[in-house]
Write a protein that binds this ligand. Structure first.
Ligand code: AMP
Length: 143
């Protein structure tokens, strides 16, 4: 099946353009990271390249070096910020895989021994919790 084209009005493109708000924890010339509003666990962060692609399948390979450099930085920061035992990295491609937002992104989720992930399409987190968690991650990234 032929994949759909990149939609410049997807929600992460709007966040990248500053048209809708996000709880940002990191930004450089190629990548941003912000809190997932429906976290699968405390500290669930999304790392998003600025270069447009639907997902990993149509991305320019030059996207991956800066993207995964930031994925590692954020993974280390969330582990430290939340005292996590581990970190799950997830990335979905096309609806059959569970993708719901069609701009390439990587999920970074702190994990704790014996605590399962919440469902992928769970409830909205309270904004004040996202603000507090973003502050913790920014602090860990800065240290
Ligand atoms: P997926 O495309 O399945 O990899 O997941 C998209 C993720 O984006 C989900 O975990 C959503 O909770 C999250 N999400 C959707 N809209 C927003 C938003 N406006 N800000 C932050 N996260 C979002």
């Amino acid at each position: 099946m032929t994949e759909a084209a990149y939609d410049t009005d997807n929600i992460f493109a709007k966040i990248l353009r500053g048209e809708i708000p996000s709880h940002r924890v990191y930004e450089d010339e190629a990548v941003i990271a912000f809190m997932d509003v429906m976290p699968q666990g405390s500290g669930h962060t999304l790392v998003v390249p600025k270069a447009p692609s639907r997902n990993l399948l149509d991305a320019n390979p030059s996207t991956f070096d800066p993207l995964f450099t930031v994925v590692q930085k954020v993974a280390l920061a969330v582990k430290k910020a939340f005292g996590a035992d581990g970190v799950t990295i997830l990335q979905f491609n096309e609806p059959a895989s569970g993708q719901t937002v069609y701009h390439l992104h990587v999920h970074v989720i702190p994990r704790f021994d014996g605590i399962p992930l919440k469902p992928h399409t769970g409830g909205m987190e309270k904004p004040e919790v996202l603000v507090e968690n973003a502050e913790k991650i920014r602090a860990a990234l800065g240290s």
